[in-house]
Every structure is written in C-alpha cells, then in structure tokens.
Design a protein around this ligand. Sequence first.
Ligand code: GLA
Length: 383
Amino acid sequence: MNQQNLTEHITFYFEEKFNQKPLLVFSPGRINLIGEHTDYNDGFVFPAAIDKGIVAAISKSKNDFCHITALDLNETLKFTSNDIVPKENGSWENYVLGVVSEIKKMGRRIDNFNLVFAGDIPGGAGLSSSAALENSVVFGLNALFQLGFSKEEMIFISQRAEHNFVGVKCGIMDQYASMFGQKNKALLLDCRTIKATEYEIDFKDFQLLLINTNIKHTLSESAYNNRRSTCEKVATLLKVKALRDANIEDLDAIKDELPMEEYLQASYIIHENKRVLKASEALDNNDLNGLGNLLFASHNGLQNCYEVSCEELNFLVDKAKNNPDIIGARMMGGGFGGCTLNLIRKSAIEAFSTSISASYKKQFNVDCNIYHVQISEGTHLIN
Ligand code: GLA
C-alpha cells in the first residue's frame, strides 16, 4: 500500500470508529548509506528517509482513557494515565506508551486521545519502523495538544522511549533521519552536535536497491546493547568521551588490555567513522566507485570485526561482489538480519533481481524481497 492508500484506509476506519476527523501524520522509515553503529559513539552517519513509513491518525478523546489501534495487526490498547508501564518485550505498545511516558516526564500535560496507525515498512527489515512509529506518535501529540516541542526535542523523546520502554539503547540516527529527512537528499549527520549536511542523491546510471533477507535473528537486541557497552568501556579506558575521539594508534596502545574481540569491535568503529567522511568526499567528487568500495569495506568490518552480520546477509553481499554491475553493497542497520543495500547499475536490476531471488531461495529456502525506495521527506502532517 502506498502512502495515499494507507491514509484513505486509516481515515475511513478512524471516522467510522470515532466519528471524528483526525489529524494525520506520515512518518517515514530510513536507509543508511554508510556509518553503522557509529551513532552511539558520537560519530557520523549518512541516512535518508524513504517513501515507506507509518501513517497515524489522532484526535482528542472524550473518554477517560486512551484508545490505540495497530490496524495492520488488528490489535487495540486502552490505557489511562495511571497505567503507563512497559508491556511484554517486543510489543508495539511499548513504542506508544514509551513516548507518552517520556512526554509526561517532561512535565507536559496530555489529555486522553485516540490513535490509529498502519504502515508499509516491512518489520525487522532494518528500515526503522520503530523510529517511524515513535516519531509519528510524538509528532501527532505535539500537534494535537500544542506542546511546542521542536523537532530536535521530539527525536530525543522518541529515543528515550526506545531506551526506557523498548529496552534498546539505540543511537539517534533512526529518529533523526525519520524526522528530518529531505526529498532526494541523504543527511551526513554528526551525532555529537546533531547537525547535518545535506547531499543531493542522484547516482545517474546507478541506483540503490534493497534486498530483504526476511530474517531477524533473536538476541539482536541484547547483542546491540552489548556492543554499545563495549564501545563505552573502551572509550573510558582511552580516557575519551566516545570512540569518535579516538584513533587507531590510541587503540593499539591499549591493545594488550583488551580481549581480542573488544579490540576488533572498537577498531571497526574508528574505521567506520572515517569511512563516512570518506564517503561524503566521494560524493563531492562524483566518485561512485570510491563510494561503492567504502560500502564493501563497511560490510567487511561489520561481518568480521564488529560481528553483527549473519550468513544470509553475507551471502547477499558476496553475490553482489561477484556481479560487475554492483559497485558496492553492505548490510544495513543494526544487523543480524534485515536488508542489504546495493549500489547497482540501473540496466542490471532486472536480471540481478531474478538471479538473486532464485539463488537465495535455493540456499536458505526462504524468499528474499527486493525494494526500490525513493528518498523522501521526513515526518510531517498530511493535509
Ligand atoms: C539501529 C539503531 C541505530 C543505529 C543502527 C546501527 O538501527 O536504532 O541507532 O545504531 O542500529 O547503525
């Protein structure tokens, strides 16, 4: 379903159910050109919002409870301001409750509301359906109750919701990209200053293509939080605020104090952070092959040093490497499943799609999905 169909579908349902005209919000998912796991190291990332996302309809309620519907799942949650506590792990409810809880912690008053949402971001694909949902809720509540939050305040509310209710100690990339995305532009974001430089994306004869492994390995959340604490531990040992402030020579000087695994993980972060800046230079110089090589190098680090890839992702990237029409590919997002990002010659897309679908199926007995995404505008009200 595209955004317009989603909006019509939700509006129809909402008006039938509540007999009110809702305020409508679109909040997108994101891709990331390069810079994986660098965000919580105060480093650089290079994301962009996409044309897949969440549509949320919201209105004030006359009842003495809030009424939330996840339309895709056909599930409903009712709560009052007295029972805002985290639900079972993995439940969509935590994204909504977490945002409400964080707004309340800031001393803002929100009355009861009705919310219905649905989306077209495949879950578990590493395209940040979570950030899209959090942002749609905070953006909708901000508009509905005139809370006066800036976009920057809203992304930190979304992030804290994820930390405190969902339990993932995520960085700020996903919420930033989803909120601040620009049409046809990737955002080179400095995660320390929260300032971004926009890069027009037009790869001429090439295009970005996503391939979803349709796999989400369990334990990805605990592995994520573990990686983060390793990075923080190494930064403390190096006496720097974050790994963004370290270079490889600093790290080598304390190599003996670290288990090999932790040394490799920290070295990945230091190199990846540099790769993001090199990628921006490659874009400045229209050097697509240079950009592509950085994508392959990023994957290599994620696979062998940071160890957040998996067999299925590695299989897709290896196939891409062997295809002369693909000049760069890597896993994207937190890892342990989700999508690969491929920089592919437009004229080769059809043939590659057919062959990769067949070989992936043969290898894993699972279908992969191929997505063409457009780089689009961030969270906004729909008129
Ligand atoms: C997840 C997190 C982000 C970021 C990526 C990895 O998407 O939510 O903050 O750390 O993983 O780059």
